[in-house]
Ligand binder design. Sequence first.
Ligand code: MG
Ligand code: ZN
Length: 525
Amino acid sequence: MRTLRRLFIVLFAGILFFACERIPPKGAGPASTQPERIKNVIVMIGDGMGPQQLGLLVAYAHHAPHSIYEPVGRKTALERVMESGTLGYARSEAADALVTDSGASSTQMASGEWAGAQMIGLDRNGNVVKTILEIAEEMGKSTGLVTDTGITHATPAGFAAHQTHRSKQDRIALDLLEAEVDVMLGGGLGWWIPQEANDPDSETHRELLRRTGGTIEIRSKRKDNRDLLAEARARGLALCFNRTQLVQSSGDSVLGLFAHDTLMHGIRETRTKEDPDRSIPTLKEMTEKALDILSRNPNGFFLMVEAGLIDWAGHDNDTGTLLHEMIKFDETVALVHEWAQGRQDTLVLVTADHETGGFGFSCSRFDRPAPRTLPGAAFQGETFQPRRNYGEQRILDAIYNQKLTFPEIMERFDALPEAEQTPKALAEIIEANTAFPITEAEAASVLGGETDDTGFYGTGVAFRNNLLARIVSKRQLTVWSSGSHTNTPVPLIAYGPSHVSSRYGKMMHTTEWGRKTIDILSHGE
Ligand code: MG
Ligand code: ZN
């Protein structure tokens, strides 16, 4: 909501307030006995974060010998929110389907209506639905979308855009502007700049290079010459392209686009968190800024925060990257939890749109541990030796120590001169960047892998990530049952005043909790 409109609504609310003050409403008790009304709703989405992904994070936090959670009693923020709030489960399937994608799922959460797979902001028949973000706007609240993928990607799009397919990101960008979202922070600059920017000699290209400080690739993905950055500025949005500009921006509305496509993946975020020269803000930093801006509106706000790359690590079956994506999300949850602590006017929901990958640690027939003696009375004269390998906890440190994502490993291999693209070279790159070396024969099977004939995995070179995962799996004791989404019910955590949060402690479909949340925001209770 822009400043003028906000001023009007605040003035109008003020007049109503004074008008009401003279005639006390019938039956109204003393103000102190009235529970405070909910004026802010924050929805946090781990894209692809099923209970399995949560399982990886908490296993690491509690059992990794060198867990970074050691100083905080090995407890994750997600567990702390569950402790102080309510835990339920959400089914997420799209309309007339068994599974969902992020577009239908975010539409269902945002509107409470069933949507077809890959639709954005439409019901199952293709009619435009009203979203919680649009309802918040109408109520004079401020609104925000924050993601570490592109801001026009399916998850944020489902809250403020209306398109027949999630791939129409050029039109989704226009919808986001039209919806007057006050704070939009993420990646995907390519959808906002005119096609002519692709000519390196054009003034547009040079101007964009100057404004972004050369930290972002300037490459338009639009099919037209519309300059949406100029349109955004005309609508009153301040523009930011790096962390410094974001920190310094002081207006009430901002569009921050910090990368051509997605922002930093979790491993890079972990490694550069303390780097003062880092130009891309972390998910936590963006969320902090969004809360700072949105909370200035006395009418309250709606904010959606997405950790979108959990899903990407799931598609790649890349456990090391997945762990860092989960840590990234958890740090952001910690910030929001702290912000909302003690407030009676805010409802925080932490959930996922679906699970990705059918992931888990699993016990194996291989590498059965050696027998051990135990001091307990029942084991006198007998040794302890389970008949399977249930996994050593040091594996968790090894997973954390991965240096490159699987796609980066493959990119590095593909960048070698063709004559040097040998199985030996791939094995060497893997040995240098993960704690799970593979043999040359195994590397050859990754490179020579047949195309996926199940339909559940990546296509072309992306399939190599899934093949690599199957090989390191044996040593990580991890399993991935798919390279795609599953229908596993996902966690739904509600944090806020207990008379509100307690309504989420059950199994619901995304449409059901979506409707419930619209109801709570609309009525303040
Ligand atoms: Mg997403
Ligand atoms: Zn996905």
